[in-house]
Design a protein around this ligand. Structure first.
Ligand code: SF4
Length: 178
């Protein structure tokens, strides 16, 4: 491996590319563009904070993955999370509360994190955590969901909080998924 490879610079470039591509993709939607312009400015400030921390010997990643629940309503073939017993059918022994997640998201923002992927299990089972995430427009939260809990209330939340972006993966051929 190239010893000069700079993971910090590589990831920061990745964030900048995502933001500039997202800006271009939202040009025809004024509300979305306004949100992305504000987020781009916040993302630059976060990048600055990370690079100052790096100079002081502290590495802050631009991305986090938060597994906010161990519960899921599906049993997909090939689910890595069930394979690792991170997703189970039993009731959770102890889960972080919505308020604890909000505190983690706020601390992440202060440190310079720009993206937090919400995963599970099925993250849309934790409506309170998603509502908490919606309060932090300086962080984008892609939500890795199976989509089965999408309802009118969630559509309204996603419409109001543009930093919450549901990401649905459809696995399999047309016969299984159409
Ligand atoms: S929806 Fe996701 S977490 Fe649930 S079983 Fe399928 S792959 Fe696993």
């Amino acid at each position: 491996m190239d010893e000069k490879f700079d993971i910090q610079a590589y990831m920061t470039r990745g964030v900048e590319n995502i933001v500039s591509n997202a800006l271009r993709a939202t040009l025809r939607d004024p509300r979305e563009s306004a949100f992305m312009v504000r987020f781009a400015a916040a993302s630059r400030r976060a990048s600055q904070r990370r690079s100052e921390a790096e100079k002081a010997g502290e590495h802050i990643p631009p991305f986090l993955i938060a597994s906010i629940t161990s519960a899921c309503n599906l049993h997909c073939a090939g689910c890595y999370s069930r394979c690792n017993h991170a997703t189970v059918d039993a009731a959770p022994v102890r889960q972080l509360t919505d308020e604890e997640w909000l505190a983690i998201f706020r601390q992440s923002e202060e440190l310079g994190v720009s993206f937090i992927l919400l995963a599970g299990g099925e993250p849309m089972l934790r409506r309170g955590v998603l509502e908490a995430a919606g309060k932090l427009p300086n962080i984008i939260f892609p939500i890795f969901t199976n989509g089965t809990y999408m309802d009118v209330a969630y559509f309204k939340l996603f419409d109001t909080c543009r930093n919450l972006i549901p990401v649905l993966s459809i696995e399999g051929g047309r016969a299984e998924t159409d």
